[in-house]
Design a protein around this ligand. Structure first.
Ligand SMILES: Cc1cc2nc3c(=O)[nH]c(=O)nc-3n(C[C@H](O)[C@H](O)[C@H](O)COP(=O)(O)OP(=O)(O)OC[C@H]3O[C@@H](n4cnc5c(N)ncnc54)[C@H](O)[C@@H]3O)c2cc1C
Length: 454
């Protein structure tokens, strides 16, 4: 374990992905020793498990950036260690003696679909986005032994944001790939994503109708032009807002043309449609938008049936120890540094603070991403995905900004007694031994990366 001889502070970072690595890098540059606890074998978080696997270059680039920071001297990586399960949160925060603890745990819990009784059908017609995309990304690995999902034609997707477009794309691409395979035509997911379904079919002299597929339908509770595919800058005037609305429509229409899914707007999920013990659809309440708010249109409901329902309505942080929560979100007293009452030396960075769970905070943190970058991200630009890396940059920059302030706070505190530092190092070494982690970050990553991982 590379330790910094003159370190005076040690900081625990929970979560080793974009935000955690960024904070570790900033602290390491200032001579602060960090211990990065990561629940998984690999530290790539949403980049590996949340972005569909066709973002090949973006993933590689982000992996490299994370690797660079987690292999710096003075950064101790502790994989396969979930705080709250393998080490109690309170013990880490109060018992280990760290100068500070940073939560960089992201947002991994699907926001529950607000339909009474619907969660009883998880696995029986209802699927949530996070496990679905995890499976989509990893199921192609020979050694994959996690939950398995069947991709069915004619699915209902509840959503409206960028992530839900990724979900409909995954469904459309995979059902098309399967329909082609049934005709003896092999096409790769990546080819269908890059070239689009109509162009790939045309190469084989086929039309969409000939496949006999219904395609999936995206249900959104607001208007199409409200879809948060492009963000409006803070304080935008009416002309700018109209332009944003036009940009959103353009992106949606392009996506529908390229991946052939349908959209039903101004419908909010309200009730289940059940046959036997399976969810076979949802009843939607028609809505209208009044002064930016969703208003139900009384008496107007629509029953929609489909092969499965995929809920893609956002992710929120998982509860952690006794961290105070307000509803689904952490109850921060300071949103900028992600601080809490009664935890004077705990801070937070990354999606756990800025995630879509809190759009206001996200905007406060973030640069607005240009529409052409979003088009590249969604595979709608003739340049393909080139340049989509800019999507991940604001999150990284926000984490770095937070890290710099935290670093100033930490380095201004009284130095840790030498005995506390060596006790922390000893505990870290013990845990690393328990999980079979040697002294070498890069060797570990090599060891735990499946050979067929995409
Ligand atoms: C298309 C796209 C859209 C995006 N949209 C947004 C957006 O709207 N808002 C925004 O802020 N960012 C957004 N981002 C940024 C993106 O989410 C970040 O780049 C980044 O992936 C989030 O990093 P993170 O480290 O905060 O969280 P994650 O990538 O989720 O990493 C959290 C890590 O913590 C680990 N972990 C969780 N719990 C524990 C535990 N108890 N113990 C140990 N380890 C744990 C996880 O395994 C994971 O590795 C977007 C990125 C892309 C590419």
């Amino acid at each position: 374990m590379a330790v910094s001889g003159d370190a005076r502070h040690a900081v625990a970072i929970i979560g080793g992905a974009t935000a955690g690595a960024e904070v570790a890098g900033s602290l390491a540059r200032r001579g602060v020793e960090t211990v990065v606890f990561e629940q998984n074998d690999r530290p790539y978080g949403k980049i590996e498990d949340g972005l569909p696997r066709w973002h090949v270059e973006l993933r590689k680039k982000e992996y490299r950036l994370i690797d660079q920071k987690l292999s710096l001297p003075g950064v101790h990586f502790v994989p396969r260690t979930k705080i709250g399960r393998d080490i109690p949160f309170e013990e880490l925060v109060k018992g280990w003696g760290f100068t500070g603890v940073i939560l960089a745990v992201g947002a991994w819990r699907d926001r529950p679909l607000a339909v009474p009784g619907v969660d009883a059908y998880v696995g029986r017609g209802l699927v949530y986005q996070n496990p679905f995309i995890y499976w989509f990304n990893h199921s192609v690995e020979k050694g994959y032994d996690g939950p398995v999902f069947e991709i069915l034609d004619d699915a209902i997707v509840v959503g409206g944001g960028l992530a839900s477009i990724d979900v409909v794309k995954a469904l459309q691409i995979e059902t098309t790939r399967q329909a082609l395979a049934a005709r003896g035509i092999e096409e790769e997911v990546l080819t269908l994503e890059v070239e689009g379904i109509p162009d790939v079919l045309a190469k084989h002299g086929l039309a969409w109708e000939a496949l006999g597929l219904q395609g999936c339908t995206l249900y959104y509770r607001r208007r199409e032009e409200d879809m948060p595919l492009v963000e409006a800058p803070p304080g935008a005037d009416a002309a700018r807002l109209a332009k944003v609305a036009q940009g959103r429509r353009k992106i949606l229409e392009k996506a529908m043309r390229k991946y052939l899914f349908k959209v039903c707007a101004q419908l909010a999920p309200k009730d289940v449609v059940v046959e036997g013990n399976r969810l076979v659809g949802l009843v939607f309440q028609r809505t209208r938008i009044q002064d930016g708010k969703i208003v139900e249109v009384p008496g107007e409901t629509v029953e929609a049936r489909g092969s499965m329902v995929v809920s893609s309505i956002g992710s929120v942080p998982e509860p952690l120890g006794s961290i105070p929560m307000k509803g689904e979100l952490y109850c921060f007293t300071d949103w900028k540094l992600g601080r809490f009452e009664n935890y004077e030396h705990v801070f937070s960075a990354g999606n756990v603070v800025t995630g879509k769970g809190n759009i206001v905070a996200s905007r406060k943190h973030g640069a607005v991403i240009a529409a052409h970058v979003i088009e590249r991200f969604l595979g709608l630009d003739s340049a393909g995905h080139a340049g989509e890396e800019a999507m991940a940059a604001p999150a990284r920059e926000a984490a770095r900004e937070t890290a710099e302030v935290i670093a100033r706070e930490i380095t201004g505190r009284p130095p840790l007694p030498a005995a506390t530092l060596s006790s922390i190092r000893e505990r870290v070494r013990r845990r690393q031994n328990e999980i079979g982690y040697g002294d070498d970050y890069n060797a570990w990553i090599k060891q735990v990366t499946p050979p067929d991982m995409v």
